[in-house]
Ligand binder design. Structure first.
Ligand code: NAP
Length: 287
């Protein structure tokens, strides 16, 4: 039983498809799925709702994908989604906390409201879903939480500082969570994709003040177009999905798994090279 947030596109959708093919019962979430089922609705109503929202099934493996409504910024929708899955299945074995988006702009240009929105989705959004799922995993005595971080959650990228910071915060959360939940039989880890070809690029929010009047405008636009090009020429989301599947298969997943050889090397070099040298490379690439 797997719950994947943000399964309507990109990495979440690719992961849902692969896990269905591998025979898992996948409950994916999206804000676009409509419907409202009260916690005290009958189990028939809940089951019918879920049945109507099965969007794919694999006869050979027995797996399926059922989509349910969830906005990571709205606690009530998270409670409803988890209640629906628990009512039907009685358990959640794996959570892939994947929903997220990005904001771009210089630190000076991104307003604190815009920065808060970024944290509300990428950090607090994951936190809300994890908190809702944990009591069920504790009761079961097992569970696996996989949080979708990013290489930018280890190396901070100019003009994506708030995105990077939200993923750094997620990394800190999961590192501590691992220790706290280990004695309940629950595992937690991070998957760190690099540039990946998804809808993320087109959906990126640009800070309101990052316009021609900004003193950062020329450097920002050059950096943004490099980011966009790298993402659109990046790995297929299927590659990230395979990494998630490999994590699921591991008895003891490590705290973090970077996706792809290039990024594994990148993060290894960050560990062993002097910080000044790493900063120089990032500066050359994005500033
Ligand atoms: N693409 C990359 O280069 C890259 C690299 C590293 C890490 N990542 C991370 O990978 C994860 C998935 O991104 P992606 O590249 O697959 O992007 P994507 O194609 O834009 O998909 C994002 C998914 O998140 C969902 N989502 C967005 N805001 C949400 C909200 N407030 N509540 C609930 N769901 C929300 C979307 O669902 P609905 O709009 O249907 O609700 C969609 O299914 C993100 O955490 C991202 O930070 C991406």
């Amino acid at each position: 039983m797997i719950l994947i947030t943000g399964a309507s596109a990109g990495i979440g959708r690719a992961t849902a498809n692969l896990l269905m093919e591998k025979g898992f019962c996948v409950y994916g979430t999206s804000r676009k799925v409509k419907g409202n089922i009260a916690p005290d609705a009958s189990s028939d109503d809940k089951n019918n709702f879920l049945k109507e929202n099965i969007i794919a099934s694999d006869k050979k493996s027995g797996g399926f994908i059922c989509m349910i409504p969830l906005d990571v910024t709205e606690e009530a929708t998270i409670a409803m989604a988890v209640d629906l899955v628990i009512s039907k299945e009685g358990r959640i074995d794996i959570l892939v906390s994947n929903a997220g988006n990005g904001i771009a702009g210089s630190i000076e240009d991104v307003s604190t409201e815009e920065a808060s929105m970024q944290f509300d989705i990428n950090f607090f959004g994951s936190l809300r879903v994890i908190k809702e799922v944990l009591p069920h995993m504790r009761r079961q005595g097992n569970g696996l939480i996989i949080a979708m971080s990013s290489v930018a959650g280890v190396i901070s990228i100019p003009y994506q500082a708030h995105y990077s910071a939200s993923k750094f915060a997620l990394e800190g959360l999961i590192e501590a969570l691992r220790h706290e939940v280990a004695s309940f039989g629950i595992k937690a880890c991070l998957v760190e994709p690099g540039d990946t070809r998804t809808e993320f690029t087109g959906r990126r929010t640009i800070a309101n003040a990052a316009d021609e009047n900004s003193p950062y405008y020329d450097r920002f636009t050059a950096s943004l177009s490099r980011m966009e090009k790298d993402e659109q020429n990046g790995a297929s989301p299927d590659v990230v999905a395979r990494t998630v599947y490999n994590v699921i298969k591991r008895k003891n997943p490590p705290v973090r798994v970077a996706v792809g050889f290039q990024y594994k090397l990148f993060l290894f070099l960050k560990k062993i090279l002097p910080s000044r040298l790493c900063a120089k490379v990032v500066g050359m690439l994005y500033s």
